[in-house]
Design a protein around this ligand. Structure first.
Ligand code: PHE
Length: 366
């Protein structure tokens, strides 16, 4: 009995004196560990005669209980003291900058659309929009593409199964040109707009995606001619590519909604294996790259849009926004634009604070 009392008193005193958690752990092993002295006493119970065990067991169990309570109490006290000490010594400085939060970035297509809007705004163009779900009258008929036109084929265009209320078919617009018609009809003349937005074609490979972006340009006024078109495109492309030596070549072409129609090429040089825009495409080592379609608005389109073609003339152009982004920022696979891969976006995305302007270029800070 006395031995057990001594053991208990001594154990509790040593536990109360333990300097730190490590010392406490040493004591726990010494008493309660597999080879510990209290554990050894527990084991002796097994070898005792039943009456003796009955007499001894409560005493030994209570010894074990008080040692483990002493250990836990001391441990809790140490942890509390440590916390109090930390609270007393550490202070929270509310003036320190907060940890940085992950920031989103502007998608290159949105960035280029912003650049286009800025550049054209400086030239007096407003931004117009139209529906992505169009009817075939606005998308085709009013643009002088009759029923038999090949662009209306099922394999080129996404049609909705049900007919429109007026009998025409409903489809995903194949270009931004219907916004020309809608704008002339809703606001009359004169018109000076760009219309950026999504368009859809049944097409898919490295350079074509079923959804892509275009920007339409339309000017309707009195006495507008091809010279105005050429100057506008030249001014826009110089500002967009941030180069003064942009040279354009206008090539005769055909679109049902423009007459005459011109395909616009831009001169480039090969530098370090890459195409770099600038200079005449006819210079040695240079070439011409097709950039956009344009022309003088066909008088039938002006008429179908409710204006008198003898009084109002104008030009229109349409250009792929994704293609402009690829050329300007050296991105080589169109499909990556729409994969939503954050690594690509982190690499090519723009800061939300970059505000493009005609004079300062893309990196201007808001
Ligand atoms: N809508 C034509 C296209 O998608 C481009 C274009 C627009 C051509 C305006 C001439 C005038 O290819």
């Amino acid at each position: 009995m006395d031995d057990l009392d001594t053991l208990e008193r001594e154990a509790c005193a040593r536990i109360a004196d333990a300097a730190d958690l490590a010392a406490l752990e040493v004591l726990r092993v010494e008493y309660l560990g597999k080879q510990g002295s209290v554990s050894a006493l527990m084991k002796t119970l097994g070898a005792m005669a039943p009456e003796e065990r009955q007499a001894q067991a409560p005493r030994i169990q209570s010894l074990r209980q008080s040692v483990s309570v002493a250990l836990e109490t001391r441990k809790a006290a140490m942890e509390k003291a440590e916390l109090e000490q930390r609270l007393a010594s550490e202070t929270l400085d509310l003036t320190l900058p907060a940890p940085e939060m992950p920031k989103g970035s502007v998608h290159p297509v949105s960035q280029v659309m912003d650049e286009l809007a800025e550049i054209f705004a400086d030239m007096g163009f407003a931004v117009a929009t139209g529906p992505e779900i169009e009817d075939d009258w606005h998308n085709f008929t009013a643009l002088n593409m009759p029923e038999s036109h090949p662009a209306r084929a099922m394999h080129d265009t996404f049609y909705f199964p049900d007919a429109a209320p007026e009998g025409g078919r409903i489809l995903l617009r194949t270009h931004t040109s219907p916004v020309q018609v809608r704008t002339m009809m809703s606001q009359g003349a004169p018109v000076r707009i760009i219309a950026p937005g999504r368009v859809y074609r049944s097409d898919s490979d490295a350079t074509h995606t079923p959804m892509f972006h275009q920007v339409e340009g339309l000017v309707i006024d009195r006495g507008i001619h091809l010279g105005h078109l050429k100057w506008t495109l030249e001014t826009f492309l110089k500002a967009f590519f941030e180069r003064e030596d942009i040279v354009l070549r206008l090539r005769p072409s055909y679109f049902p909604f423009t007459e005459p129609s011109v395909e616009v090429d831009v001169g480039f040089a090969i530098e370090g294996g890459r195409r770099v825009l600038g200079g005449s495409g006819d210079a040695p080592g240079h070439g011409w790259m097709e950039l956009l379609g344009s022309g003088m608005v066909n008088r039938r389109v002006i008429e179908m849009s409710g204006l008198d073609p003898d009084e109002w003339q104008g030009f229109a152009f349409g250009v792929g926004v994704d293609r402009l982004a690829m050329l300007k920022y050296g991105m080589d696979d169109l499909r990556a634009f729409f994969d939503g891969d954050v690594r690509w976006l982190r690499h090519y995305g723009f800061s939300p604070f970059d505000q493009p302007t005609l004079s300062a270029g893309v990196g201007a800070r808001a």
